[in-house]
Design a protein around this ligand. Sequence first.
Ligand code: GLC
Length: 743
Amino acid sequence: MKGNIDELIKGLSLKEKASLLSGGDVWQTEAVARLDIPSIFLVDGPHGVRYVADRHHADPAQKATCFPTAVNLAASWDLDLIKKVAAALAEESKARGVDVLLGPGINMKRSPLGGRNFEYFSEDPFLSAELAIAFIKKVQNKGIGTSLKHYAANNQEHKRFSIDAQIDERPLREVYLAAFEKVVKKANPWTIMAAYNQINGDFATENEYLLQDILRDEWGYDNLIVSDWWAIHDRVKALKAGLDLEMPGADPVNDQKIVDAVEAGELSQEIVDESAARVLDLILKAQETEKNTELPAEEHHQLAKEIAGDTIILLKNQGDLLPLTEAKIAEKESLLVVGELAQEVRYQGIGSSQVNPTRLDNHYQALEDKFAEELAVHYTPGYSSEAEAEENENLREKALREAENKDYVIIYAGLPDKVEAEGYDRKDMQLPQEQNQLIKELAKVNPNIIVVLNNGAPVDIRQWLDNVSAVIEAGLPGQAGALALAEIITGEVNPSAKLAESYPLKLEDNPSYLDFPGSNGTVRYGEGIYIGYRYYDKKKMDVLFPFGFGLSYTEFAYRALEVPDYLAEGEKLKLKVLIENTGQFTGKEVVQLYISQSSPALERPPKELKGFAKIELEPGEKEWLELELDYQDLAYYHPDAGWIVEEDQYKIMIGASSRDIKFTEEIQVESSFKLKDLTPKSPFEDWLADPLGKKAVEEVLSQEEIEEIGFFKAWPIYRLHFFAAEQVSLEDIEDILDIYQDL
Ligand code: GLC
């Protein structure tokens, strides 16, 4: 395709332009052979290339590397790791002839029940944004496009094609759009994918407020907006709202509707030209990158293993049972591997993100290879997700007998595909009962129980947590996860990942519990801004494992914090933390930075994540770790004023998790912004409490007159002349209002 876009637009007929605005088939845009305009491929997904030739997904996708899923990548808290995965995915996209990779997914984890939580990063918008920015910039500077998804508030699978997410403006902006906004402004994704659901009564694909007013006009996004697959309802309304490309395509009906609407004067030619230009711009960008290169399968499998090792979380390690080092097992003889999931490995979620892996390692085999000489490794299924209770009882009995005389027992537990996936949410946080039963009983016959979990979202493990020695949260770690886990179990890799989604004690504690997944076609985000740890902290609730939590085989001491006590407007706060590895193993530590504002005009969560960094230290090594806090990250969203940073005292908290704060320092933040949210209906006492309000009042009323108003200060200011006629006239009130407006 040659020539510039304006020339091409001039040369295209209306019908040809309309054809560009929907796909040529399930994964491609439409070509226009007459003008040498090629089609390009948009293909899933966030953790691997799922190139499916046939539209009905009938034939398996071409093989590609299945990297750890988003839940794992987020748990690494490591932007360099994200860039490595992104670079490899870009390379595999080229190899498979893919022009736009449909990811990353950054929807917030509003409930642990969300069926696609495995495919999203976190309950925190700051962490999600940082990870997505790193991912998108790396993929795109390799010449492959991305698709930031699913815009917006696609936080559940239940009735996902129709549900109306009803969200107040502040939580919408400050929680559910916040990561999208930051990523758009800092990474400028080649495409953004509009979600299936409705937001406040309008489908995402035709939601003018979200697509035009916010995304395009306010945030300045001018790249292409693509629908989620089959998510278009009214094509002309969607086009007017700013949705450029309907996928998939090969649906002449909607193309014709565009032509008819222009010819009937119901749709401007400019809008069609603008969207067609964005499609051409995408095609042009895509064309610059050479495709159909080699896919380095073995190299990427090794990379997938390295990556997975830094995404697996150690939740419990009583008595330092782990790692099973050579020294520790020198006098030991046997290890029992238990669990169907040790053989039928669960390493990714099913649905559109599902990859056909180049290879798939098996936990049992990986451990057998690992311990070949030192330990006799036995296997027993222990449970079956397909069997009836009686069969499961037999499997359990067998496992118990085998466990009695073994030195170690490692049980692989987790969620089967049939309970968490794209398309459906979970009903509860429980593991399959046959697994719980087995773990409880194994713990009675053997003191050295290690539980490995494979799940995309939190599970309730209280039934047996106190009775086992170690718990490893392996998430869905990709095709090489078993090898990575084996290296963690032996100590070759020291776990360094931390939770990016809180583990509540029980589902009922979760802030979305009263309204998830909604009813009668709507789901009300009644918890407002209080998602995840922001809620548990506000309510001072215990959790099973807090946001940002993860153990290591070594220990880290937080020796000192150096932070300025003042931040000028628009500046970066540069601080540093002295961290020491006081244990026996080399390890990596994720240091987290949270803020808390002392007296905001609108209430804020007790703490909000606004920075993090990861550092590797040898035993005994001590290093200063630098962290930065962007001024704008101190902001919160005020419905009347937008994002604001208020002049105030802020706490800077440095923690090893959201619940393990090591240092807290107060800083004074300067801001020229003055919130003017007082109205004639605001109580007089609010006017006196507000710096600008007070100033306006004192320019009109004397201190004595103000005092004499006394009890009536609780009334709206515009009524004061009614209650305190001697002190306040109607003219006085009008003067105060005028002065305030001019401040
Ligand atoms: C799916 C998903 C989306 C995916 C698309 C193409 O339904 O919602 O994430 O990229 O369709 O498979």
